[in-house]
Structures are given as C-alpha cells and as structure tokens.
Design a protein around this ligand. Structure first.
Ligand SMILES: Cc1ncc(COP(=O)(O)O)c(C=O)c1O
Length: 501
C-alpha cells in the first residue's frame, strides 16, 4: 500500500511587500524626515494637546483588509507635523532629553531592517561586536581600566538598576540570587539627597527596599557631604546593617552638581563598598576636555550608568552601564535555558548579551550610537557639549542682569534654574517664597502650553523654580534669549492673573 504525500499548504504572502511598495513608503518616511528638518525651527515646540484632540485624531479603526498607501501617508504626515512635540526643536530645553542625531535616526532605520536579536551572538554577530566597541569606548573615556565594559539598555533608570543589581549580588556575601534578600543581613546604599529617584526605585526593585538608600545631606554646591557619609556608614555598622554601596551623582537632575567622586572612591576603598556612579546626565561631559577635571575619580568607579540619549544626543532610547569588571554582570544575570545551548568551542562565537542584563531578546541599539560617534568624531562631541555648558552660563548671566528674573542653584554643567519675580514685588500679606513658588509652578505650565519655547521645573533649596537644561545641538544664544523673553512676557501675565484672583 502506498501512502499519498500530503498536499503542502498554499502560500500566504499578505505580509510580504514587493520592492516598489516598500520603497514607496520608505521614501515617503524619508521625505517627511527631510521636511521636518527644514521646518523644525518654524514649528511650535509643543501644542495644547487637549485642544488638538490627539486621541480622537489618531484612533483609526484597525481594518480587516489593508489600509491604502495614501491613507497611511496622510496618517504619518499628521503624526509628524500636527500631533507630536519636538525635543529636537532648537527651543526645547526641558528635562534632560537629547534632540536625536541625524546618523542616529539612520542607524535606527538600518537596525530595524536588519532586525538583529542582540541577545545571542549567533543571531547578531556584528551587532554584538559593535555593542562591545561602543561600551568599551565609553569605559575607556571614563578612565576605567582595560577589560572594563558593559551593556546598552533603555535609559538611565535601567542602567542604574543593572549596575546596582550587579552590586547587590557581588556584595551580599551570600547566595542572594537564589535565597533572596530576606536570607541575609539588611544592606544599605548611600546617595546624596539630590540623587535621582530612579536609584531609590532600583533598590525597591532589588528587594532591598527604598529606605535602604540613605540620603546624605549636601553642601552649598549640592554635593554629597563626606563627613555625613562617613558618619552614616559608621552608624549603620553599629546598628547591624551592612553598608554595601555609595552612589555618586555625576550631574544631578536638578542643578547638574557633581559629587566629590574621588573622595567617595576613597571612602568606598576604606570600607570595601561598591562605588556606583549615576552619570545618566553628566558623565558624557568627559568628552569635553575643559569639563573632564570636574569628573576626577570617575575612573575609580565599579559601575557607571549614563545615557547616550542625553548628552550624546542620539534618538531614544539608549542608556548604558559600564563596569570595571563586566564579569559581575554575568554573575548577576546569567541563565542558561536548555533551548539556547551552543558549543562555543566549535563556533568560536563571543559572549551572548542575554547573559549580561535583564533582557533576553534585545534590539540593535548600539548602531545609532556607533554611527553617531563615527559620523561626528570625538572632537565634535567635546566641542558641542562644551558649547551647551557655555550657553547655560550665558543664560545665567542674562538672568542675573534682568530685574524680573532670579537665578537659583548655579551648577557646573548645562542647567540653568531661575524664576520670574514681579518688579513690584509680591502682593501684600503673602509670603514671598510661597507666592513665588506658586507663580513658578503656574508659569511652567503656561510656558509648556504656549509652545513657543519649552523648559521644565525643579525644586532647588526647597523653592519651586524653572529649569532649562541644554543638551541640544540645535540650541543657540537666540533660543536662550527667546526662552527668557517669553518667560518674562508670560510671567507678567500669570502674575497679573494671580494678583487679580
Ligand atoms: C541624573 C539622572 N539619573 C537618572 C535619570 C533617568 O534616566 P532615564 O530617563 O534615561 O531613564 C535621569 C533623567 O533625567 C537623570 O538626570
């Protein structure tokens, strides 16, 4: 008896695109990009989104059949020119968010069409090597020794988490990965009161509890007070808590202050603590020769978290953590699922990044960083980062010279904090600072809704202020002038409204 071979299933090619269709949409996207670059300075930085009606205008029904090319093009055009805000706008100076480099955009495009899975070497040989070059480059720039390296991730929050996970597992002194933190003595981390909240959240995610992060007071320049750090470590030891790590900030989020990294490294060496640096904002300042001395001691860290999507200006998202001893990443994250077996002796393949961080499948984030570094070169970065700092200083001087503006918390990097102060003073019967806090808070909202310029807020020395952070290669002095002019214009208006109320 003969058995009939089965009939093969019919081909299904609905998801396959021919070259024409692919290049029609691809070229259109490129056209939109070119148009955006030309129009950017004349567009508003942001709009009143509630009035624009973003959700209503975007929520197309997902159809059963394909949407026409024309409809997709219209949808993309609306998204690009009417329904998005522009961190790449020369007058965007808010939070700490880079504008996106041109080679970075192209890098993301190439990375997407190559679709490498940078979890495993064999799935992404070149991408894995490029990620290694990129992380090694930064480790060297920070002054870490030969052999240091790391991993890319989504941003500063994740980079700090990964560094602190490596720390926890290296310093716990017991099998914390298998037994959990409850099995050992409570551990403590030390950071200044100015540290970013993501560090406290990392301690929470690590099961150590947010209160395991001891907040150390700062000096007049908002830098960690070393005598308070030493006291607190001593106090914890006496109380039976295990000090394990000090987090130094290399550029705090509010004012850009830099902790005394070298002195922290000494304390860590004396007490056998892990030295982690949150350099999400500032660490790439080392690329500017004139700023490098501010970071003395950075190269003594065990781990450094930083963000290429901030001061390397690459498109979102790209965070990174580098370690003096990258083996510690493997100690903290390695796992060996049975289905990813590989005979490395036979293949000669390098490391698999899935063993070095919390992600398993991973995208090719390194390409946008690599292309940006290659296309611009180190010197161009140093020059522009230095220029951002010079612009922030210029802004501070203009604020100081203006009778209705007041500068707050001068820092060494590219942040300028300030507030609007009415010429006539605050209304009678009200406390000056309370009134000015309320005025600053309302003014920030009005500035952001107005959309001609864009800055954000900070709390400095307990006072609510406006904060401009320049990590934007398109920003120039005329944009800084515009931000201050609009601040004064809207400040007067908000003050008049508040006084009337
Ligand atoms: C000092 C510092 N740490 C951490 C972060 C968080 O980084 P991300 O937003 O990339 O997760 C920021 C963000 O501004 C920051 O300035």
């Amino acid at each position: 008896m003969t058995i009939e071979p089965p009939a093969p299933p019919e081909k299904v090619d609905d998801l396959r695109w021919d070259d024409d269709r692919a290049s029609t949409l691809g070229s259109y996207a490129l056209e939109l990009f070119r148009e955006l670059l030309t129009k950017l300075p004349s567009l508003p930085v942001s709009r009143r989104w509630k009035e624009v009606g973003v959700p209503k205008r975007l929520a197309l029904e997902v159809p059963d059949g394909p949407t026409s090319m024309d409809a997709i093009k219209r949808h993309l055009r609306e998204l690009v020119f009417e329904l998005s805000m522009y961190p790449g706008h020369p007058r965007f100076m808010a939070f700490i968010t880079g504008p996106g480099t041109i080679p970075g955009v192209i890098g993301d495009f190439v990375a997407a069409f190559l679709n490498q899975n940078v979890g495993g070497y064999r799935l992404a040989p070149a991408a894995t090597e490029i990620e290694r070059f990129v992380t090694n480059f930064f480790a060297k720039e920070f002054g870490l020794p030969e052999g240091a390296g790391g991993i890319l991730c989504s941003g500063g929050a994740m980079a700090n988490f990964i560094g602190l996970k490596a720390m926890r597992d290296a310093k716990a002194g017991f099998r914390v990965r298998t037994e959990g933190v409850a099995a050992g003595t409570p551990m403590a981390i030390y950071a200044s009161v100015e540290v970013h909240d993501v560090v406290t959240r990392a301690a929470d995610m690590l099961g150590m509890g947010s209160e395991s992060v001891r907040k150390i007071p700062v000096d007049a320049q908002r830098r960690m007070r070393m005598e308070s750090l030493v006291d607190r470590i001593h106090h914890d030891k006496q109380a039976g808590v295990r000090p394990v790590c000090v987090v130094g900030s290399a550029g705090t989020v509010s004012t850009g202050s830099i902790d005394p990294l070298d002195a922290i490294a000494d304390v860590c060496a004396q007490n056998e603590l892990w030295f982690h640096v949150d350099g999400a904002y500032g660490a790439l300042g080392v690329l500017a020769d004139e700023l490098r001395p501010l970071f003395r001691g950075l190269g003594r860290a065990d781990s450094i978290a930083f963000d290429p999507h901030k001061w390397l200006y690459v498109p979102h998202s790209a965070g990174c953590v580098v370690l003096r001893d990258p083996q510690k990443l493997k100690d903290a994250f390695s796992l060996a699922p049975s289905y990813v077996k590989e005979d490395k002796a036979r293949t000669g393949h390098g490391d698999d990044y899935h063993t070095m961080g919390p992600q398993f499948s991973r995208g090719f984030q390194a390409l946008k960083v690599w292309l940006s570094l290659l296309a611009h070169g180190r010197r161009a970065y140093g020059k522009r980062i230095g220029h951002d700092v010079a612009l922030a200083r210029y802004m501070g001087e203009r604020v100081d010279a203006h009778p209705e503006l007041e500068q707050f918390g001068k820092g060494p990097l590219s942040i300028c904090c300030f507030r609007y102060v009415p010429k006539e003073g605050v209304p009678e019967g009200l406390r000056r600072d309370t009134y000015l806090d309320a005025l600053s808070e309302r003014l920030m909202t009005e500035l952001q809704l107005d959309g001609r310029v864009y800055c954000s807020n900070a709390v400095v020395d307990g006072r609510a202020v406006l904060r401009a952070c320049i990590v934007n290669f398109r920003t120039e002095a005329s944009d800084v002038d515009a931000l201050l002019d609009v601040t004064v214009e809207l400040g007067r208006k908000v003050h008049a409204e508040m006084r009337a109320a």
